[in-house]
Every structure is written in C-alpha cells, then in structure tokens.
Design a protein around this ligand. Structure first.
Ligand SMILES: Nc1ncnc2c1ncn2[C@@H]1O[C@H](COP(=O)(O)OP(=O)(O)OP(=O)(O)O)[C@@H](O)[C@H]1O
Ligand SMILES: [Mg+2]
Length: 152
C-alpha cells in the first residue's frame, strides 16, 4: 500500500503489582492511574471461587499472551506472593513494576471502618497482612518500585 505507515516497534507489555494493606487505597489508585491503560486482575473479582490463585495466574498468562498491560490488584504483602507474578511476567518478556501503598495502619483501619457490608475486611485479615508485609524491592526482580504515601 502506498504511503503505508510502518508499525511502531513492539513494546513489551507491563505488569504492575500492587502492594499494600487492605484499605491502603490500592484499588482507588488503580482506578485513577491505570484503569484506562491496564487490564485489572484481582482475586477480589472472584470472592467465592475456589482456586483463586490458580485462576488469577491463568488470567494473567492469557492477558500477557494477548499483549495487554496488566495490573494485579491484591494486597501482595510478601515476596512469596509476588514471585509467581514476576515469573509469569518474565516468561512473557514483560516489564514488572511494583506500586507500594505505604499507608500507616491506623489510616488503613479507619478507611476500612468506613466501608459498608462485605467491602469491610475483618480486622484479623488486615493484621495478618501487616504481619507478612515486606515492602517490595528491586532485588525481587522488579524493574521499578514506586512508593505512594498518604502525604501531609
Ligand atoms: N488517597 C485517599 N485518601 C482518602 N481516602 C482514600 C484514599 N484512597 C482510598 N481511599 C478510601 O479508602 C477506602 C479503601 O480504599 P481502596 O478500596 O482503594 O483500598 P484497597 O487497598 O484496594 O483495599 P483492599 O485491599 O481491601 O481491596 C475507600 O473507601 C476509598 O475511598
Ligand atoms: Mg482493593
């Protein structure tokens, strides 16, 4: 075709791994910053399903195979939670970024208390995540780690 424009060089897909306690504001941040560009994967989308972890990995694989940018919106508190996501991302040649919501416990709890019904997480759940929480680090294999704070 005359005057056809060559395709732009292929850009590898990006996987964003959210990290933060329940109520820290991950889903709010994703809605504000990534909803227009990234597919949102979250085990919260299947609250009653069995094998949610396996299902999430399968969906992540499928989206990356289709060349999509993806954000994984779970608490992902420990390196062991993040390692399988990083591994899948790498297998697809994707870049991997962590976004860490570094929000004090009392603020997370207050935000959680303001939630209604099922959206409100039991306190033990937040404390269990706190116990496991290790801020993400480039050593785990992230190309980039962004930290979001509550600010003044
Ligand atoms: N920057 C902010 N300032 C004030 N309130 C916020 C902010 N971000 C989120 N919130 C409020 O805090 C509550 C929890 O936010 P959100 O649902 O985004 O948290 P989450 O980290 O996704 O929690 P979960 O892990 O349980 O899904 C919501 O009611 C939201 O409106
Ligand atoms: Mg959320």
């Amino acid at each position: 075709m005359v005057g056809s424009v060559p395709n732009p060089p292929a850009r590898p897909p990006e996987v964003v791994v959210m990290v933060g306690l329940q109520g820290s504001g991950k889903s709010t941040w994703v809605a504000r910053h990534l909803a227009a560009t990234h597919e949102i994967v979250s085990k919260d989308h299947w609250p009653n399903a069995r094998h949610r972890e396996r299902r999430q990995r399968r969906v992540l694989n499928e989206l990356l195979a289709a060349g999509r940018d993806v954000v994984v919106d779970n608490t992902n508190p420990a390196p062991a939670d993040r390692a399988p996501i990083i591994e899948i991302a790498r297998a697809h040649g994707a870049t991997v970024r962590a976004v860490y919501l570094d929000v004090p416990l009392h603020i997370c709890l207050a935000r959680n208390e303001n939630r209604q019904g099922r959206a409100r997480v039991p306190l033990v759940g937040v404390l269990a995540a706190l116990k496991r929480l290790v801020p993400p680090s480039a050593d785990e294999g992230f190309d980039r780690v962004d930290t979001v704070t509550t600010g003044p």
